[in-house]
Design a binder for this molecule. Structure first.
Ligand code: F6P
Length: 532
C-alpha cells in the first residue's frame, strides 16, 4: 500500500526540507478551515509526495467510507454498529437514519433534557439536601472521563457553574481526594458509563454513594447517570428523570458531544456547550465537502501516515502551547491509540504495515524544560504537532502570550533548521580552543531537518475547541480507513480486565497462585508480605 510512497521517501529522505520552505510553499502546504490554519510546510512532504498520499485516500475508498459513516451504516463491523457521534452535533442538519429510523428527534430531545437539568443545577432550582449544588463529581473512566475533563479544563474561562471534579481511577486516592473537598449535602454525583458495568466506575460510584448516605437522607436524589444501559441505572437507584441515555452507535471515546458532556455543560452553561457542538458540526461539514488537498482532517491524517507508516517514526508528540489544553494529549492518547492501535485489518488478516503511532505530549513551554532535549538531539525523529492561539483569555497578560507564541514558533523553526558544526564552533569559539573547542562544539550541534505541523487558531473558544476535537476525530477516521482497520472497537483492553477479575481473589488471599507464572506469583507474595 505504501510502496510508491516509500520509494519516493527513499529518494528525498536526505535532503534538507528547510531549503524548500519559502512563501509559496507556506501558502501551498497549509489548509485553512473554519477558524483554523494547519501548516505542514515544515515537513519533507513535497508536491509529488502529497499527490501520492492523496492517491492513498482514493485507493482506500475513504470518501465512500466517510459517507457510509455519516449515513449511519454499521462501519464498526466487529460490533455491528453504526458510528454516529456526528449526529450528536448535527444541530440543524437533516435526518440521520439508523436502520431506516431517524435518530435526530431522540438526540435533540436528550439535548433539551440535558439543558433543562443543567440549567436547574446552575440556577439552584435543582438542590441537594443542603441547598444549591456547589460541587459536581463526574465519575467515569476512559471516554467517560477524558473528554469532559479535558474540555472542562479547556473552557475554564467560560466556567460559571458549580465546581466540577472528575474521578476516574480505581485507586482510592483519586476519589478520596475529591470527596474531601466536597460537602455531601450540596454535591451532585454524575455516574458516567456507557455500559454501566466498568469496574472502576461502579466501585467509585458505590464509594460516593456510601459517603453521601452518611449525611444525606435521599442519596439517589443527588445522583445522575449517563449511560446506554437504562436497566442498570435503574437498578443502581437513579431515577429515570436524571438518566441521560445514548445509543450504542456513540463510541465511548467519541461521546463527549452527548450526555457524557453533562458535567461540561453544567460548568460552562448550555449556550457555550451548544457553541462547542456547532464548532464540531462546522468541522464535519468541512470534512464532508472540501477536496482532499484542502481538507484539514484528511491532510492532517496524511501527514500522520507519512511520518508513521512511510518514514517509520513510531511516535508523535502533541504539544499545545495553550495551557488550557493541558489534558489534550491524554485525551488524544485514548482517541488515537484505542482507535488505531490494531494489529489486524477489518477482514481479520494481519495488518501489512504498522498500526497507528504512540501519541504523547505536554503543554509548552513546560515540555521545553523537560523532554525537548530528546526531541532536538535524540537519535530518533519525533514528528511534533504544535497548537497555538493568537490570543489568550488573559487580556492583561498579553505580553506573556506573545512570549508563548514566540516560543512555539521558535521550536518548530529550531527543529527544522538545527545548528551545524560550524555554527556550533562559532558559539563556543570565545570560550574554548583546540580539541576542547571541537568536543564542546559537537555537543551543541542540532541535526535539524525534524518535521512538525502547527495548528493555529484565533482563541480557544467553545466553537474552536469543537473544531479541534472534531478535526482529530476525523483524522483518526481517515488514518484508520487508509490502514483498513476498525477504528471503533477496542478488543485490546479486554484481556487485562479478565485477568484482573481472576487475580482479585488471589490478591485478597482468598485463592492461591497456582497456575500463575512465577513472576506474578512472586509479586503477589511480596505485596502480601507488605500488607496488600
Ligand atoms: O476499557 C476501555 C473502555 O471500554 C473505553 O473504550 C471506554 O471509554 C471506557 O472503557 C469506559 O467505558 P464505560 O463508559 O462503559 O464505563
Amino acid at each position: 500500500m505504501f510502496d510508491a510512497l516509500k520509494a519516493h521517501h527513499a529518494s528525498v529522505r536526505d535532503r534538507r526540507f528547510e531549503t524548500m520552505v519559502d512563501a509559496a510553499r507556506a501558502a501551498d502546504f497549509a489548509v485553512e478551515a473554519g477558524d483554523m490554519r494547519l501548516d505542514y510546510a515544515k515537513t519533507n512532504i513535497d508536491a509529488e509526495g502529497r499527490a501520492l498520499l492523496i492517491d492513498l485516500l482514493d485507493q482506500a475508498g475513504v470518501a465512500v467510507k466517510r459517507d457510509a459513516m455519516f449515513a449511519g451504516q454499521a462501519i464498526n463491523e466487529t460490533e455491528g454498529r453504526a458510528v454516529l457521534h456526528t449526529a450528536l452535533r448535527n444541530l440543524d442538519g437533516g435526518p440521520v437514519l439508523v436502520d431506516q429510523r431517524d435518530v435526530m428527534p431522540e438526540v435533540l430531545e436528550t439535548l433539551d433534557r440535558m439543558e433543562a437539568f443543567a440549567g436547574d443545577v446552575r440556577s439552584g432550582a435543582y438542590r441537594g439536601q443542603g441547598g444549591a449544588i456547589t460541587d459536581v463529581i463526574n465519575i467515569g473512566i476512559g471516554g467517560s472521563d477524558l473528554g469532559p475533563k479535558m474540555a472542562t479544563i479547556a473552557l475554564a474561562p467560560y466556567h460559571d457553574g458549580p465546581r466540577c471534579h472528575f474521578v476516574s481511577n480505581v485507586d482510592g486516592a483519586d476519589i478520596a481526594g475529591v470527596l474531601r473537598q466536597c460537602d455531601p449535602a450540596t454535591t451532585l454525583v454524575i455516574v458516567a458509563s456507557k455500559t454501566f458495568t466498568t469496574i472502576e466506575t461502579m466501585t467509585n460510584a458505590r464509594t460516593a454513594q456510601a459517603w453521601m448516605s452518611d449525611s444525606v437522607a435521599d442519596t439517589g436524589a443527588q445522583f445522575a447517570a449517563l449511560s446506554t444501559a437504562a436497566d442498570k441505572t435503574a437498578a443502581f437507584g437513579i431515577d429515570a428523570s436524571r438518566v441521560f441515555g445514548f445509543a450504542d452507535w456513540v463510541g465511548g471515546r467519541y461521546s463527549m458531544w452527548g450526555p457524557i458532556g453533562l458535567s461540561l455543560m453544567i460548568a460552562v452553561g448550555p449556550q457555550a456547550f451548544r457553541a462547542f457542538l456547532r464548532g464540531g458540526q462546522a468541522m464535519d461539514r468541512h470534512f464532508l465537502s472540501a477536496p482532499w488537498a484542502e481538507n484539514m482532517p484528511a491532510m492532517l491524517a496524511l501527514v500522520g501516515l507519512w511520518h508513521n507508516q512511510v518514514c517509520g517514526h513510531a511516535t508523535r508528540a502533541v504539544l499545545p502551547y495553550d495551557n488550557l489544553l493541558s489534558r489534550l494529549p491524554a485525551y488524544l492518547q485514548q482517541l488515537e491509540m484505542e482507535s488505531n492501535g490494531k494489529g489486524v485489518s477489518m477482514d481479520g488478516a494481519d495488518l501489512p504495515c504498522d498500526s497507528g503511532p504512540v501519541v504523547w505530549g505536554e503543554p509548552g513551554t513546560n515540555g521545553q524544560h523537560a523532554f525537548y532535549q530528546l526531541i532536538h538531539q535524540g537519535t530518533r525523529v519525533i514528528p511534533c504537532e504544535f497548537l497555538i492561539a493568537a490570543r489568550s483569555h488573559e487580556d492583561d497578560l498579553h505580553h506573556q502570550h506573545q512570549l508563548l507564541v514566540a516560543n512555539c514558533l521558535a521550536q518548530s523553526e529550531a527543529l527544522m533548521r538545527g545548528r551545524d558544526l560550524d555554527a556550533a564552533r562559532s558559539k563556543v569559539a570565545g570560550t574554548f580552543e583546540g580539541d576542547e573547542l571541537e568536543r564542546q562544539a559537537r555537543h551543541r550541534v542540532f541535526k535539524g531537518n525534524r518535521p512538525s505541523v502547527t495548528i493555529a487558531y484565533p482563541q480557544l473558544t467553545p466553537e474552536v475547541l469543537g473544531q479541534i476535537i472534531a478535526l482529530y476525530e476525523h483524522r483518526v477516521f481517515v488514518e484508520g480507513a487508509v490502514l483498513g482497520i476498525n477504528s471503533y472497537d477496542q478488543w485490546g483492553v479486554e484481556l487485562g480486565k479478565e485477568l484482573a477479575t481472576a487475580l482479585q481473589p488471589v490478591v485478597e488471599g482468598k485463592a492461591g497462585t497456582d497456575g500463575k507464572d512465577g513472576s506474578t506469583a512472586a509479586l503477589v507474595g511480596f505485596l502480601q508480605k507488605h500488607g496488600v
